[in-house]
Design a protein around this ligand. Structure first.
Ligand code: ZN
Length: 112
């Protein structure tokens, strides 16, 4: 599927029972972008490692966000993980700047 074939979230949710997140799907033992089909690696790996990463300071997110350094001695950042095929944001996380990428979803390929 090319970027030009991108579907809306309503189309993704209504038509794909293999969707495991808003725009995250499972196809043939691998994660894939549910919107454009971009391969995001095996289901027992960390799909975020196959996404483009944009890291921003939390206070840059908008007026509703406060600078975490007011409350914490840690350097906290906001990470956005974007599909390399269509730039859809598939995941976010807030963490210390030096933290490894969180793997919040891992599936057993034997049960698929
Ligand atoms: Zn995509």
């Amino acid at each position: 599927m090319s970027t030009n074939d991108a579907r809306s979230i309503e189309e993704v949710r209504d038509g794909d029972d293999r969707t495991v997140g808003d725009y995250l799907a499972v196809e043939d033992g691998s994660f894939a972008c549910a919107k454009c089909g971009h391969d995001l690696g095996p289901v027992d790996g960390n799909y975020k490692e196959h996404l483009a990463l944009r890291e921003r300071d939390v206070e840059d997110l908008g007026d509703l966000w406060i600078d975490p350094s007011i409350l914490l001695d840690e350097d906290i950042v906001f990470r956005e993980f974007l599909c390399p095929g269509c730039a859809t944001r598939l995941a976010t996380e807030s963490c210390r700047r030096d933290d490894p990428i969180v793997n919040g979803l891992r599936l057993d390929p034997e049960t698929l």
